[in-house]
Write a protein that binds this ligand. Structure first.
Ligand code: MEV
Length: 437
């Protein structure tokens, strides 16, 4: 049986691998070699990756692809995308091309406010805590002067503080809601540092507040942390054209538009569909979020909370037909950065920003919203016409062939065969079996 280990993080990489091999890999040298196969040849580059997290043993590759032809606000982009899902980049590229020929995407940032909370307990009178908060509000703000100096010089910083009484929901629970402008930074570190400093000042000031002393009841900070729910950091992207322009050799425009709108209505009313619908949107958003070194967990959490903002989980996209004009749009809360974090460290992230022509955070928000909208357009278009599997399996065929160790010649024959035949795992196994007879 395996034993717990102590002081693991202090071991060298070689020692960690040795320990892993002994304890979990039956000393299998081939497994150890897999880790080594993915090391970077350049030791300084490898060191950079080693330092991103604790206990790094190797690097985990994901494909870094490009979806060209995205016309956004009259500017042409190629979107860098990192994803493991076979059909995502192809779908994005198809949607981009489709809308390139119909005026492209329009996108606008609606707001850019981030927020965080100092959560605290107070079991005394509401009036007293309100009076205390009003008195110390300027002190809270001035206590972060040094922290926000640079951010302020660039036009950002703390915007406002307010006291929120939640004691009717959870006895004794209040928080201070703080709003921030963090410009081109996602702002997590900045916000958390400000909040922790203000929480410290809050408790310090409370000790000297007479009304608390009299009752011997003081507020106690439970925690201070930014919120990844950012409905005041909002971006909108849209496409629109006459329904006739949606006609292709596969479908008639008006009927397609009607079915498309119906699919969105279904995702608005049925949670089971809405979740998959929004997952498809996030296929596009996350791929660009990852390529640009942003925090996809933060984006995911915030986006899904936004999808449920009206107390039920619903579609993030909307569509309508008015006077024969089809309009399809998305609204997303997105807190992302173009400076700080991994953005200026990871060589591929830096390259992604170069490919995107060095956008600021607002432009990146627009690009991300468009990536989500395009991905959703491609998914719904397939779903209401050919079905999703045709395109998906076409892209997945190569994965199946690789899994079955197909040779180059076998791959070529399989590609030709499955142009005309339905792709499934068993169909590919059968095909290869016959070829190999
Ligand atoms: C697959 O990753 C995403 C889709 O299921 C999205 C959707 O159903 O809208 C195709």
């Amino acid at each position: 049986m395996n034993q717990p280990v102590s002081g693991f993080s202090k071991k060298s990489k070689a020692e960690k691998i040795e320990w892993l091999a002994e304890n979990y890999l039956q000393n299998n040298l081939r497994s150890v070699q897999v880790l080594k196969n993915y090391w970077n040849d350049d030791p300084s580059l490898q060191q950079l990756h080693d330092d991103f997290i604790e206990n790094t043993l190797s690097n985990y590759y994901l494909p870094f692809g490009i979806a060209p032809n995205f016309l956004i606000n009259e500017k042409l982009y190629a979107l860098p995308m990192v994803t493991e899902e076979s059909s995502v980049v192809a779908a994005a590229s198809n949607a981009a091309k489709f809308w390139l020929e119909r005026g492209g995407f329009k996108a606008e940032v609606i707001s850019t406010e981030k927020n965080g909370q100092i959560h605290f307990n107070f079991f005394g009178s509401e009036k007293v805590i309100e009076a205390f908060f009003e008195e110390i509000k300027p002190k809270l703000h001035s206590s972060i002067q040094a922290i926000e100096k640079n951010m302020k010089a660039r036009g950002g910083g703390l915007l406002a503080l307010s006291l929120v009484d939640k004691s009717h929901i959870l006895e004794g629970y209040f928080h201070i809601h703080a709003t921030f402008e963090t410009l081109d930074a996602m702002g997590a570190n900045f916000i958390n540092t400000c909040l922790e400093q203000m929480a410290h000042t809050f408790e310090e000031e409370a000790r000297n507040f007479e009304a608390f002393q009299k009752k011997v009841t003081y507020p106690e900070v439970v925690m201070s942390i930014l919120s990844n729910y950012v409905p005041e950091c909002l971006v909108r992207a849209e496409v629109s054209c006459n329904v006739e322009e949606l006609t292709t050799k596969h479908h008639e425009g008006k009927h397609f538009a009607e079915k498309f709108v119906r699919a969105i209505e279904i995702a608005k009313t049925e949670t089971r569909r809405a979740v998959t619908h929004n997952k498809g949107i996030m296929n596009g958003v996350d791929a660009v979020v990852l390529a640009t070194g942003n925090d996809f967990r933060a984006v995911e959490a915030g986006v899904h909370a936004y999808a449920a903002r009206n107390s039920y989980y619903s579609s993030l996209t909307h569509a309508k037909i008015e006077d024969d004009v089809f309009t399809f749009w998305i609204e997303l809360p997105l807190a992302v950065g173009t400076v700080g974090g991994l953005t200026s460290l990871h060589p591929l992230t830096k390259l992604a920003f170069e490919i995107l022509q060095k956008p600021d955070a607002k432009e990146l928000m627009q690009i991300l919203a468009v990536a989500g909208l395009a991905q959703n357009f491609a998914a719904i278009r397939s779903l209401v016409t050919t079905g999703i599997q045709k395109g998906h399996m076409k892209m997945h065929l190569m994965n199946i062939l690789n899994q079955l160790h197909a040779t180059e010649a076998e791959k070529e024959k399989a590609m030709e065969h499955f142009m005309k035949n339905t792709i499934s795992h068993s169909a590919v196994v059968d095909f290869l079996g016959k070829l190999r007879l």
